[in-house]
Ligand binder design. Structure first.
Ligand SMILES: [Zn+2]
Length: 466
């Protein structure tokens, strides 16, 4: 036994480089290893170091914007967001702060927040060519051709900073070349394509907002004007599958494949129908943390199996009219745990005691186990809520507006659903809140149906988390 471990140790000692404190691997170049294998930890360390630096060297708001710019040049968007987060919302150059924060969010690939902040900046300074271009790029990341086109139409490269003009001209030309390629492949003109994309986005938004009837109607209208595009039919197939109608789902997907035999997502989804026996196979979250009254807030179509709903990360933004009252409201409610706080920002987690929690058992810690249900972030006079499902978002809003009594303190600004495959944000339309037969959703603590996630352009994919 001894010799075994000794050989092992001598082998390890023989290798070059020191051991990684995180994973135990030998690192030839520690910096490269950490960046490649543990990028999130590196970001966290950098932020913590930066926070200490900022505490020792307090900055005024003008200097904060300058430092944020430098951090962007150094390709450190997380540090740019860090130095900007405590800017006073009454800062006179808030448009510049929103623009820099939006660009930082873009670099950090947080398209929802980036798009939202850029729109804030553009509302204050509508003629900024750099804003239109950055917005168009972010909308392209979300595959929103029509919306990107609208921004590019407003962009006049001649009005941009001289060093950006050529880049903007080329970017604009490249966008319309891509559009024309798609038009040629589908035999439609540019105008029809843009209209098709606009309606497709609307239909897709309805689908992920769980308004299935509305979505099918709009997808059918896309098919009327753009008959060689298979994705509307693919998504109709997905909706049938989500409703448990395997035959209708199969028919729609097979028809989509006759339109385009290379529609790989359609092929994949046909396979999944068979493999899962009609079960759409989705990542789900348990609803057992909520009371019966709270479950009544769930949007129709949200709850799948008894006690479960589809995992679909949600983001909502609120404009805050009185941030001091909001802070008091949050502090007074014991389900919100303050994580970080400054003069003008607040970060809090939303959690509840989990009576069935196994964490103390597993981790050996004492005290109660809590389920993390959501995240709240107040900066620049904006409150951003994050949850992992539609019901959770409905419950959280209800707590904020009713239990915390701050309905006149905040104003709802926008709801987004995160597309987990494309990490793109989709504004959602409001849906009426009705739920029948609550009795059919008993308390359940088992976890099932964890097979895949809904993705854009049609349908579900096997879960990367399995
Ligand atoms: Zn490591």
């Amino acid at each position: 036994m001894v010799s075994d471990s000794l050989t092992h140790m001598s082998k390890r000692r023989g290798k070059k480089g020191e051991m990684c404190p995180v994973c135990g691997e030998r690192m030839k170049k520690p910096e490269d290893h950490l960046k490649k294998k543990h990028p999130k930890l590196v970001v966290q360390w950098e932020v913590e170091r930066f926070q200490k630096y900022l505490m020792m060297n307090p900055l005024d708001d003008v200097s904060k914007v300058g430092v944020a710019d430098r951090m962007m040049e150094d390709d450190k968007p997380h540090l740019a967001l860090e130095v900007l987060k405590d800017i006073d919302p009454d800062f006179p150059d808030m448009d510049v702060a929103f623009f820099t924060a939006g660009q930082a969010a873009q670099k950090a690939e947080d398209w929802v927040t980036g798009t939202y902040l850029l729109r804030k900046a553009m509302a204050m300074n509508p003629d900024l060519p750099e804003g239109h271009f950055t917005l168009a790029m972010m909308l392209m990341e979300q595959n929103r051709f029509y919306d990107a086109h609208v921004e590019l139409e407003k962009l006049d490269p001649d009005l941009a900073e001289p060093e950006n003009r050529d880049y903007f001209r080329k970017g604009k030309a490249a966008f319309y070349m891509d559009v024309d390629d798609i038009c040629n492949s589908r035999g439609i003109d540019r105008e029809t394509f843009l209209e098709s994309d606009r309606m497709f986005q609307g239909a897709y938004d309805l689908m992920i907002a769980l308004d299935y009837d509305g979505a099918i109607e709009l997808f059918e209208r896309v098919m009327d004007i753009d008959p060689r595009y298979p994705s509307p039919l693919g998504n109709i197939g997905t909706i049938h599958s989500l409703r448990g109608d395997k035959e209708k789902a199969r028919k729609a997907l097979e028809r989509a494949l006759t339109i385009d035999p290379d529609y790989t997502l359609g092929m994949h989804n046909l396979e999944v129908i068979d493999r899962a026996g009609g079960n759409p196979g989705l990542m789900t979250v348990s609803t057992r943390m909520f009371s019966k009254d709270e479950l009544e807030l769930a949007p129709p179509n949200a709850l799948l199996n008894p006690g479960f709903e589809r995992l679909s990360p949600r983001i909502s933004f609120f404009t805050v009219k009185d941030r001091w009252r909001l802070r008091r409201g949050l502090f007074d409610f014991d389900e919100f745990l303050v994580l970080d706080e400054g003069d003008h920002f607040l970060e809090a987690g939303w959690s509840r005691p989990d009576p069935e929690g196994r964490m103390p058992e597993i981790m050996g810690f004492e005290g109660e186990s809590r389920s993390q249900l959501g995240h709240l972030h107040l900066r620049w006079g904006i409150l951003k809520l994050f949850t992992t499902s539609a019901t959770r978002m409905a419950v959280l809003k209800n707590i904020l507006l009713n239990d915390c009594g701050i309905e006149d303190v905040v104003e709802e600004d926008g709801d987004f659903v995160l597309d987990m495959m494309g990490s793109a944000g989709k504004p959602i339309h409001s849906v009426p809140i009705i739920l029948e037969n609550l009795e059919s959703f008993p308390d359940s603590s088992s976890f099932n149906g964890c097979e895949g996630v809904l993705s854009r352009n049609g349908s579900f994919q096997s879960s990367p988390y399995m």
